[in-house]
Design a protein around this ligand. Sequence first.
Ligand code: NAP
Length: 286
Amino acid sequence: MAATLLDGKALADTIRAEIATQVADFTHRCGVKPCLAAVLVGDDPASQVYVRNKQKACEQNGLVSQLHRMEAATSTGQLLERIDQLNTDRNVHGILVQLPLPKQVDSNRVLDAVHPKKDVDAFHPANVGRIMQGRPLFLPCTPHAIQQILLRHQIPTAGAHIVVIGRSDIVGKPIATMLMQKGPGGDATVTVCHSRSRNLPEIARLADILIVAIGRANFVTGDMVKPGATVIDVGINRTESGLVGDVDFNAVRQVAGAITPVPGGVGPLTITMLLHNTLLAARLQA
Ligand code: NAP
């Protein structure tokens, strides 16, 4: 039997409606609208689309968005100056630096300069450390999106074996950390695989929940999935046949119990969690 489709678009609509209500309530009580400042350096077309989508989502849900465009030749010092201005601007609650930054910029220095209370991507070492300790200020958007998919579809994580393929700072490491914490959406037994893992298909087959974030089109095949497992596909790969995930969707949906599509799975929820974090940032600063 084909797997249940975990529709990220429908869930994003539900959560965005909840956030819009909370934003309206916050604005009514505090007299300020939560504001996200996006910093976009250079003219990478994909980054421009991502930033535009984030801005649009803000506006549709009652938040304010600012766009700070800087030219491709911007130096680390110039960017640090802009971050400093945004850190002290009382009208700005969340700061998002769109990645990747041009190669002349020291990305770590820039991300470390964002005030932890405005760090809506949760990239600052203080926020990463808090997640590790199980007392997060912000949760990073894509891992939070994955956790919400599991929680809201009542897919139990407690005691489950979850295999995460990919160990990036943005997805793999934080989602693995979050899933092993105590409490709702956690308490899992987590295995993390990467490009140096031996016997990866064998390990993947042990998963009750398989999370894939590697950026390799159709990498996970039907024989790598335990029958009935939940499969979360984070990958976004542009191919000749359009946008595809890291999971061979048509083959894996015949084996899995539940699966996220690409597009329309984790993606729409990632932006939703950014709205959530911007509201949270405004509350922290109110
Ligand atoms: P990344 O920084 O490039 O990291 C990729 C990870 O995958 C690395 O840990 C790498 O291992 C591992 N890997 C690569 N090839 C592998 C292989 N053949 N076998 C096992 N592991 C392998 O990527 P990322 O930023 O995490 O993004 C991953 C994918 O998710 C991309 O397609 C990206 O576009 C997508 N993404 C989607 C969203 C969303 O909202 N839906 C958000 C973020 C990212 P090593 O560490 O050993 O090199």
